[in-house]
Design a protein around this ligand. Sequence first.
Ligand code: EPZ
Length: 394
Amino acid sequence: MSAYIIEGGHPLDGSVRIHGAKNSVLPILAACLLAPGECVIHNCPELSDVAASLDILRHLGCRAERQGDAVVVDASAPTGWDVPDALMREMRSSVIFLGAILGRMGRAELCAPGGCELGPRPIDLHLGAIRGLGGRITEDGGGLRAEGALRGADLVLSLPSVGATENAMLAAVCAAGTTTITNAAREPEIVDLQGFLRAIGAKVHGAGSSVITVAYLAAAASAGGTVEVTGVDYRHLSTVSAVLREAGCDVQSGAESIRLRRDGPLQGVRPVRTAPYPGFPTDAQAPLMAALTRGKGCTVFVENIFESRYRHVDELSRMGADIRVEGRVAVVYGVPRLHGAQVRATDLRGGAALAVAALGAEGRSELTGVHHIDRGYQSLEGDLRRLGAEIRRI
Ligand code: EPZ
């Protein structure tokens, strides 16, 4: 298990190009199963979750391989319809394959993803959408089987679940007739999935209106200096940029870039409430909290999306942060400085948050559990080093 050694206190300076987003590429890889023939996914990030998805596609009888920054998937003749337990455990979000496997193969078998570090991860909305399209689902002993020919339907989601919206879209593409999804998620990854489905010939419209970027902006807010991130659509991060501006950062948006400069002290901001897009993204909560641990005054966070998404708080407290958690609410009292410490990543965004805090702390930190970070960030330490950070992987 690798770890990061981070020497904090060095301002960041420079430009970093943001790689493809994990939460966009995973449903697109599942969608490759729907296309008889070869698909090439360009700007596909090298992540452990992507590797797990390619393992699942190969297990289903597809050819799936990386060619430089692209991944090639040939789903001409898939033979399987089950996702084995080991692969499900490797990536909780493998449930996203359910709709695509059922749509292409007429049946699907996978085990319920169970919980994860963010709390229970129910899939009732996923299963409700599949049943709404005529899929017959039986659940026994942690496993579930789906089968049946799918037909178009009017689906209504009780909450705009990203995964359930994606599963419904993937299954509906193969359903006979038209499907409408009401109260669908509108995150940018939904728009990306719509674009891919159209590219393989599906008739999809009305989707939507990213977070890796957040980690780099939060790092600059935490360490100070000037960082430009390129290859981004600034509109996807308008709520995050607004919080960073209120905290005292200078944030300028370009056509495909965002530049953040922080040379004065950070301030606490008005309550940050996570919400489905276009609200404040839950994935940005941890990195932003890490940056605001040293803001003057206090900031209240309300995590409305996941049940327990404050596991990074204990680790931030080991660095000297003063944070109180009550259920879904976390109150961050700004402290003048953080100090380096031994900290452990407990999940993907929480891990990124600890790196953000360590960059702005005085002294050395050792961050273990970097495999969590590898799930969603292709080259965090490389990018940060290029910006002037003293970070190395051991
Ligand atoms: C996706 O998770 C992302 N994961 C998450 O990113 C992201 O935080 C989340 O969307 C919100 O943007 C991937 O795309 C692989 P949800 P997902 O369904 O689909 C409840 C990261 O760090 N719910 O919108 O699981 C659920 O418990 C990860 O990259 C049900 O109750 O999110 C949660 O409280 C973390 N029943 C809420 O909805 C269901 O059937 C929102 O979850 C499904 C979800």
